[in-house]
Design a protein around this ligand. Structure first.
Ligand code: ZN
Length: 77
């Protein structure tokens, strides 16, 4: 048979673990929202556009997919 102090001790340990999980979960949510905060308005456009950076074969600069400022840039249009 379990004695009352043992059950209370078990409950206390369970409660501690539960609180720890909630703390970690909340911290992860906070860090995630910190990272995606500004990009949330743009939906999934933010991260994907950051990946689409190519080296321009004409001016040898890393530019976004729209091309660089050069008018005869092959990445433009
Ligand atoms: Zn270019």
């Amino acid at each position: 048979m379990f004695s009352l102090p043992k059950i209370l001790g078990l409950l206390a340990i369970l409660w501690l673990v539960w609180m720890l999980f909630r703390l970690i979960e909340r911290r992860q949510i906070q860090t995630n929202s910190d990272k995606n905060g500004p990009a949330d308005n743009q939906g999934e456009e933010g991260p994907s556009s950051a990946v689409e950076v190519e080296e321009c074969p004409h001016c040898h600069k890393f530019v976004s997919r729209g091309g660089c400022a050069e008018e005869n840039c092959p990445l433009r249009g």
